[in-house]
Design a protein around this ligand. Sequence first.
Ligand SMILES: Cc1cc2nc3c(=O)[nH]c(=O)nc-3n(C[C@H](O)[C@H](O)[C@H](O)COP(=O)(O)OP(=O)(O)OC[C@H]3O[C@@H](n4cnc5c(N)ncnc54)[C@H](O)[C@@H]3O)c2cc1C
Length: 435
Amino acid sequence: MNAIIIGGGIIGLSTAYYLQQEGWDVTVLERGDGTEGCSFGNMGYLSPSHFAPLAQPGIISQGILWMFKQKSPFYVRPSLSWGLMDWGMKFARACNADHVKRSAKPMAELLLLSRDLTAQWETSGEMKFDYEQKGCINYFQTAKYEKGELDNVRMGRDLGLDIEMLDRAQCQALEPELLPDVRGAAWYKDDAILYPNELMRQLFNYLEKRGVKIIRNAEVVDIHKDKGEISAVRYRKLSEGLTLSEALTTPDLVVLSAGSWSQPLAKLAGEYLPMMPGKGYSMTVDVPHQPLRHPCILLEAKVAISPWAKRLRIGSTMEIGAMNDRILFPRVQGILEAVPRFFPAYTEDPAFRELADFQKLKEKMREKVWFGYRPLSADGVPYIGFAKKTKNLMIATGHAMLGLSFAAGTGKLVAEMAGGKATSIGVGAFDPGRY
Ligand SMILES: Cc1cc2nc3c(=O)[nH]c(=O)nc-3n(C[C@H](O)[C@H](O)[C@H](O)COP(=O)(O)OP(=O)(O)OC[C@H]3O[C@@H](n4cnc5c(N)ncnc54)[C@H](O)[C@@H]3O)c2cc1C
């Protein structure tokens, strides 16, 4: 049985891992060299704490307020595109308490399954990517955000998560070098962190050693169907300056996992996937000494900070709208300015000062600011499963800001469903045919 995977980001590679393990003959078609998608510069969090889907009550009103602030973490690029309007209407309809309640359990189950499977990749000795289950600390400075966090904590505990509420003194005891200036925090102990750039590199190597064929610089441009099944996947390949058109024929299975580029590819197979890209930025600096001991999220600013032994990464923002490679500098500035508001000691930290030198940063923006497009489904729940109208097509995308957290579990579920096996967890909530 042979499978073609379209897209070599974290979702495509995780799917290749489990399909290959189940005995499939797997080929991955990747448009770039494998480093161009969203899976490299992300924060590296595996976040069972994020069991609530992006579409939730209050997010639209908060988003509208943020739209008018240049340095805010959220922005919708206004457009009359039908895609944005349709996605926006579906998203608005999903922003209700019932949807959150219905989705939280399947989301938590998939997040926990994925975290455990990812941990196994490292504990088994197959790969090494600095995995640590250190939890994630969500800091708040105001009573309003404390209240919102307490709601999340209650739901999380009902789902069986281990969460500790911390007061200001406890927060400062956990970060003695930085003494956060906060009202308190929720410490989600099930969360973990890894270094995503290394995970991606290792996955590519591991899969190729195990016989998975990865064709780089191969852009899928057409999908042929015959009697409701994909009969060929045509791609354009750059080779020694020439563009060649090639095709893989008679696949038993095709998995579409092209992240934010999945919607037009689904259309080639006659499928409709409501999706929008959500652009986010991150900046990484090497640090000779790491004063921050725990991964954390600064809630009011929606900024995440990832501390690895020799590196610090700071990231945030969600710009929804057509893809372009413009970097909105005020938003980058907004991310960095939030850090010393929560950790005043960073104003004295040489590595952070170097990064937050805005004049230098502006001059070298392309070099220093990474951005990626989160593939946003219309209800904040990923699309995983068989396509509606195409028998041998499976969809694995729409993982939004949780693609790394959901990846291993997604791959495992795809392999189980493809083989007609019972799935590790319920999959009804992820059905790509729900629209
Ligand atoms: C700032 C930021 C921080 C984040 N932090 C986290 C985090 O801490 N934890 C977490 O879980 N998630 C995080 N995310 C989200 C996560 O990075 C994404 O959800 C995830 O990378 C999506 O993976 P993917 O494989 O679906 O897409 P991608 O990584 O984008 O991969 C899609 C691949 O498909 C290829 N492709 C596209 N079109 C074609 C074509 N026609 N033919 C062949 N190949 C094609 C692309 O080149 C690309 O390599 C973050 C995102 C951002 C922006």
